[in-house]
Design a protein around this ligand. Structure first.
Ligand code: BES
Ligand code: ZN
Length: 619
């Protein structure tokens, strides 16, 4: 599209959305905006709210800079005098209101982790606001300097980092559509959470469109030397050229997953579903950026055994991206639902025994998280209170696994069929809206329990949501495939020779269960025997490696030292880093061992990870 073409798209949007009227009717204003006051944003959506955003920026690897213009089509309430955006570590150089430069704008006081309010004077007839800005070294962005090889950059906006790479109303309760023009070095491909190219454009100029309204935490951009491979009718994968074949094989079942998801909870609302395999510095397993999940390469196990992560991010296309938690206090509505949905997809495609393994591992994770949070019981409620805190600090496995077991417990009580009817209605009635825990519970009571308070109370729903710990009615899960593993663990504990352990046909999750259920202390010789027989230290499976390395560190099995260091230098996924650095800290409380590895590894980690590890290592 030409420049005129793009601006045309934007102007057309303005005309349609504002219809030439000055006064907005309230229902319209709130259609995609939660009536709940934002907690981690300065925005005042009830006064003025962004409805469409046009991002026009250039990406500069040398300066680690994203800079250019953002234009916002806004809706104003009667009497509105200002619009408030979020900004953190941004340089703002120029502001326009309806295409006329204004000096009436202010950056507020810098607040810890929230950044600053960017206030711009407007009137209630204002249609468009434009901000010229630059972001250097944004906390959201990882810049990979690859030496002779092409560079790579990616953003990670959730939970409140979008404001560090573009000024925006950064609350999950505020949704808008967007389009973008991104200029990058020739030869690189740019991708966003929007319509995407499938080939490198020699001009280095890429145009994007997201026609469904999304919250700011789903704004995403990646730039690198990536290639595309189509997988199914509306699925595909992007990866570095040398990773593409491996990734295409690993994700072969993606179209099936999409079809399974649609069969469960309704039509996929975002047209295309692709996955982008990022460099190993990506701090998460996956991030559900609409139309384009960002994923860690550590799920490329070679045997498709870690693809429940894809099912998870895909499931977010419903729980999270379509029906969004109104605030980060309601985070479990995004993640708990998604874990439930993910395991339903996996069950549908790979069978109940497979999904049971995931559930049992999840139950173990939940118990461990409860123990870890013993001093912070308030963080073990589903409904959180993160006001005044960095939301990232409250986002634990509780939302995922307690949320999952809450839904499973309901399912057990009312039956799967009834729960599915309710969930289908939940996704269709709340599509492109935000939802609070309270509204969800109200709907649950009315629709699933016919308003019967006694039935509702019998499930201890208030306890699940508003009290710490695991309620006594939590349904129990078991796995036949793990029973056999447990028998081998028991034999091992009874000093059976490792060569006699029967591991025939074990898959990744069985190996994980085996390692997780090792005793706390294992003799050096026994570890050597395990390692020589099963090759744990040199495994290419990141989940198995991370589990084994923790055991190795805890038991001073130094034969794994080199492999552990290599892993920590290469992989920046926080879920692996935390237990490994914790083990290193326990093994050497002077912190020297952990700090020396970290000093070398840190430049390969995203800020989301370094924030956590810095705290752990008291840096
Ligand atoms: N949305 C999350 C990642 C996230 C959560 C980013 C909170 C920032 C703040 C994503 O969907 C997720 O849950 N990823 C998991 C994988 C999943 C299979 C449990 C992860 O990265 O480990
Ligand atoms: Zn998730």
């Amino acid at each position: 599209m030409t420049k005129a073409g793009l601006v045309g798209v934007f102007m057309a949007f303005l005309m349609i959305s504002c219809g030439g009227e000055t006064k907005q009717n309230e229902a319209d204003m709130e259609a995609n905006t939660s009536p709940v006051k934002p907690i981690h944003s300065f925005a005042q959506p009830e006064v003025a709210v962004v409805k469409h955003l046009f991002l026009d920026v250039a990406v500069n690897f040398e300066n680690k800079e994203v800079a250019g213009w953002v234009h916002y089509a806004i809706k104003t309430a009667k009497g509105a005098e200002r619009i408030v955006l979020d900004a953190k570590n941004l340089s703002i150089s120029k502001v326009m209101v309806d295409s006329i430069e204004t000096k009436d704008w202010w950056l507020g006081e810098e607040k810890p982790f929230l950044g600053q309010a960017l206030e711009i004077a407007i009137s209630d007839t204002t249609k468009m606001v434009s901000v010229k800005y630059s972001s250097v070294n944004s906390d959201a962005i990882f810049w990979l300097d690859n030496g002779d090889k092409p560079p790579f950059m990616f953003t990670q906006s959730q939970a409140i980092l979008a404001r560090t790479w573009l000024p925006c109303q950064d609350s999950p309760g505020i949704r808008y559509t967007y389009n973008a023009r991104v200029t990058v070095d020739a030869g690189l491909m740019a991708l966003m959470s929007a319509t995407n190219p499938t080939e490198v454009d020699s001009s280095g100029i890429y145009e994007f469109e997201m026609t469904q309204p999304i919250p700011s935490y789903l704004m995403a951009l990646a730039v690198g030397d990536v290639r595309y491979e189509k997988l199914g009718a509306n699925t595909g994968v992007y990866a570095l050229p040398e990773v593409l074949d491996t990734a295409a094989f690993e994700f072969e079942d993606m179209q099936k997953m999409l079809e399974s998801a649609e069969k469960l909870y309704g039509k996929y609302a975002w047209e295309q579903y692709d996955v982008l395999v990022l460099p190993a510095s990506f701090p998460f397993g996956g991030m559900e950026n609409p139309r384009l999940t960002f994923a860690t390469p550590t799920i490329l196990a070679g045997d498709k055994s870690l693809t429940s992560l894809v099912a998870h991010e895909l499931a977010h296309s419903w729980s999270g991206n379509l029906v969004t938690n109104a605030t980060w206090n309601d985070f479990w509505l995004n993640e708990g639902f998604t874990v439930y949905f993910e395991r339903r997809i996996m069950e549908d495609i790979y069978g109940k025994d497979y999904a049971d393994m995931l559930a049992v591992l999840g139950r173990q994770d939940l118990s461990h998280t409860m123990q870890d949070l013993a001093d912070h019981p308030e963080d073990t409620q589903l409904k959180l209170n993160l006001e005044g805190r960095d939301p990232d600090d409250g986002m634990t496995d509780i939302a995922y696994e307690k949320g999952y077991f809450f839904l499973r417990t309901i399912e057990k009580e009312v039956g799967r069929q009834k729960l599915d009817v309710f969930l289908n209605r939940h996704f269709s009635e709340n599509a492109f809206k935000t939802i609070t825990t309270e509204v969800f519970l109200k709907n649950l009571k009315a629709q699933l329990f016919d308003g019967d308070q006694a039935k509702y109370d019998a499930l201890k729903i208030d306890e699940w949501v508003y009290q710490p710990g695991i309620p006594s009615n939590c349904m129990e899960v078991s796995s036949v495939l793990f029973e056999q593993v447990q028998a081998q663990v028991d034999s091992f504990n009874n000093d059976m020779a490792v060569s006699k352990i029967d591991t025939a046909g074990w898959t990744t999750h069985q190996w994980l269960y085996f390692l997780r259920n090792m005793p706390d202390s294992v003799a050096f010789d026994r570890l050597g025997e395990l390692d020589n027989t099963f090759g744990f230290t040199k495994t290419g499976n990141s989940e198995i490696a991370a589990e084994w390395f923790v055991i190795a560190i805890n038991n001073d099995y130094r034969n794994a030292d080199e492999a552990i260091k290599k892993f920590l230098l290469r992989v920046g996924r926080r879920k692996f880093l935390i237990p490994l650095y914790n083990a290193l800290i326990d093994a050497d409380p002077s912190l020297e061992r952990a700090r020396s590895i970290y000093a070398e590894a840190k430049s390969n980690y995203h800020s989301v990870a370094t924030n956590t590890i810095d705290q752990m290592l008291k840096l």
